[in-house]
Design a protein around this ligand. Structure first.
Ligand code: SF4
Length: 271
């Protein structure tokens, strides 16, 4: 098994959330948290990560898991270029901000590379109001906005995928989920990604669910474990799972082009 360079690696650290927004792609929440074993097994297979994204559920409910990911990266000298996450803003976590400092120092770039955004759109606001969390949310936002890792607010600027709670919205507001393609290629010693003896490059995105499955990042929790369960890293390598479910590209330049195009298509819902 070769170590991987993964352009974008996402961890679903929990399937739990303290909100239940009407547009939530995850749908019914489950009190699942990613295990240390899954985190270690995933990171043991990786030498470099372009962007590491922490997803949920709500990441601030799983601070110890984020801490585990960061300490494992640092202890094992895994190269990471950027560390990002989006939180719902209803929970204020000093621990999270300290962890962002820690990973940012480790990345060691002149520019900030550990960033968080806060979800803010009409659906979130309705849910926060419904749960009487508005005052708490406003207080938190004031404090979070002061922090250097705060990147901005994240709303909806495109249609939503018809997954989870979003299935119950007006169908004009949603589009069917078209899963993201994954590509894999092998590079030699002269590649810019080569750190030792060549790596396998995977892109544009690998999402690891709480139970260790490689899955579709925007699917509901149910569909992640049923329809889009491509294999479990506790039993198979990331490389093998992607080889079975993705496309092997022999030319690394073509790989980059395809991976970039796929990321763009996915984010703009192009067919
Ligand atoms: S959209 Fe985000 S904040 Fe809202 S219920 Fe889903 S995971 Fe929680």
């Amino acid at each position: 098994m070769k170590k991987c360079y993964i352009e974008n690696l996402a961890f679903n650290v929990t399937d739990n959330c303290n909100l239940n927004c009407a547009h939530c792609l995850r749908g019914k929440k489950i009190n699942n948290y990613i295990s240390d074993e899954v985190i270690e097994k995933a990171l043991d297979q990786v030498a470099c990560i372009g962007n590491i994204a922490i997803n949920g559920g709500e990441p601030t409910l799983a601070i110890s898991k984020i801490e585990k990911i960061i300490s494992y990266i640092i202890d094992n000298s895994i190269q990471v270029d950027e560390f990002t996450m989006t939180i719902n803003g209803t929970i204020y976590s000093e621990e999270l901000l300290k962890l962002l400092d820690e990973i940012d120092n480790y990345i060691g770039s002149d520019n900030l590379q550990a960033l968080f955004a806060i979800s803010l759109d009409d659906y979130h606001i309705d849910e926060i109001n419904r749960l009487n969390l508005t005052e708490q949310f406003i207080e938190n936002i004031k404090k979070y906005k002061e922090n250097k890792h705060f990147y901005g607010f994240r709303g909806i600027n495109k249609k939503l995928f018809r997954e989870g709670n979003a299935k119950n919205l007006d169908s004009k507001k949603t589009v069917p989920l078209r899963p993201m393609k994954t590509y894999i290629t092998y590079v030699g010693k002269k590649s810019k990604y080569d750190r030792e003896n060549g790596l396998c490059n995977i892109g544009p995105l690998v999402t690891i669910g709480t139970t260790g499955i490689i899955t579709e990042c925007d699917a509901s929790i149910t569909n992640q474990s049923l329809l889009y369960n491509y294999g479990n890293i506790l039993y198979n390598s990331i490389e093998d799972i992607v080889l079975q479910n993705g496309e092997l590209i022999t030319n690394p330049k073509k790989f980059e082009k395809l991976a970039n195009k796929e990321m763009k298509r996915y984010r703009t819902y192009n067919k």
